[in-house]
Design a protein around this ligand. Sequence first.
Ligand code: AVJ
Ligand code: FE
Length: 445
Amino acid sequence: GPVEDTGALRERARDALLAARDRTARLTDCVEDGELTTQVSPLMSPLVWDLAHIGNQEEQWLLRAVAGREAMRPEIDPLYDAFEHPRASRPALPLLPPAEARSYAAEVRGRAMDVLDSAPLAGSPLTDAGFAFGMIAQHEQQHDETMLITHQLRTGRPVLSAPDPEPVSGFTGPAEVLVPGGPFTMGTSTEPWALDNERPAHHRLVPSFFLDTTPVTNAAYQVFLADGGYDDPRWWDPRGWEHIRSRAIAAPLFWRREGGGWLRRRFAVTEPVPPDEPVLHVSWFEADAYARWAGRRLPTETEWEKAARLDPATGRSRRYPWGDDDPAPGHANLGQRHLRPAPAGSYPAGQSPLGVRQLIGDVWEWTSSGFLPYPGFTAFPYREYSEVFFGGDHKVLRGGSFAVGPVACRGTFRNWDHPIRRQIFSGFRTARDVTPADGVPMGVG
Ligand code: AVJ
Ligand code: FE
């Protein structure tokens, strides 16, 4: 009945908030206070900024917007407004020192848990199905991923560890899968914690296309490197070519040549580049160039979502490639359970009905699409989450990485970044159009 449903919803929200805070603690308790306040790259905030910003967003939405409370420390709001202060400028701000940032976030959390016990879970878009609580759990997980990127950029003593994913003994499935043409429902109007840019559900007609069964591996990417891919403007978008030449970019970020091979730094440890792992830390320009060199292209965002969600047996769009169940460890590499992507071909239980693997987890996948609103988009609950980024120079990434919390990952989830960015956990897979030589239907089915 409704009472039980409400209890289950509160428990779900509580678990999501607790899981995010556990992860935040793991990312911030492992370094000295001095490191929390330093900036490792102008691309990133000092970790202590993320920590207090997490608390400040939670205060604004759960304590003030949902529960109508007064601001606890109104004077700090502007410090943690991401739009008022770009990342590069944040170390110079009078930020809360580590102990104060921790106690502020903990104090907010204590009060938010009280609010959760009795907050209405219906009656307004912010409270329906506990949306605000789900949004804040996702927000914290997104900043946990951001903090993990900061960890990846730092050097010095290794401070993070996690078991490696299971090895895969030579994935032997087909290299690509035909996704038959036809209509498909993109986005969602029913997923309770979907963010504004995932809404509303709408129909799209998608012609047949082929999609890689797995993300592109380091081994495949190294063939592109060895073939002089970074020295040949034919493969590059002109802006990408200008960028890599002016910055002397000649391999994925964190890679370094040694002898005949490649090493890479991964969370302060240097190791040989693992051949069967999905390539990581490439920009959209690099992904686009590789695809062109391979005689292929990046999938559009619509193609990606169709491959990830369409159940060909029913024509219905589902929440995940494997169905509607929440992600379990056998489905996908999510949540910083491992500190690397799993080998290509992993997670057979998470594959789509057509056999496409690792669409969820492992590496964010660049698509060819710019970040735009769906027809009928309404900014909610604040314009600065999505709307201010539409139509600019942002490319869409899909599927989440090993660093994405399960609560912030689903077939409809959209991420975006500038096409030069590669400190993020970004990889890709390629696609191609159907040709007459394929001997399969080419239309929309
Ligand atoms: C959706 C990952 C691009 O980190 O800039 C965090 C998420 N928005 N706080 C970002 C976000 C507000 C956002 N991305
Ligand atoms: Fe934020």
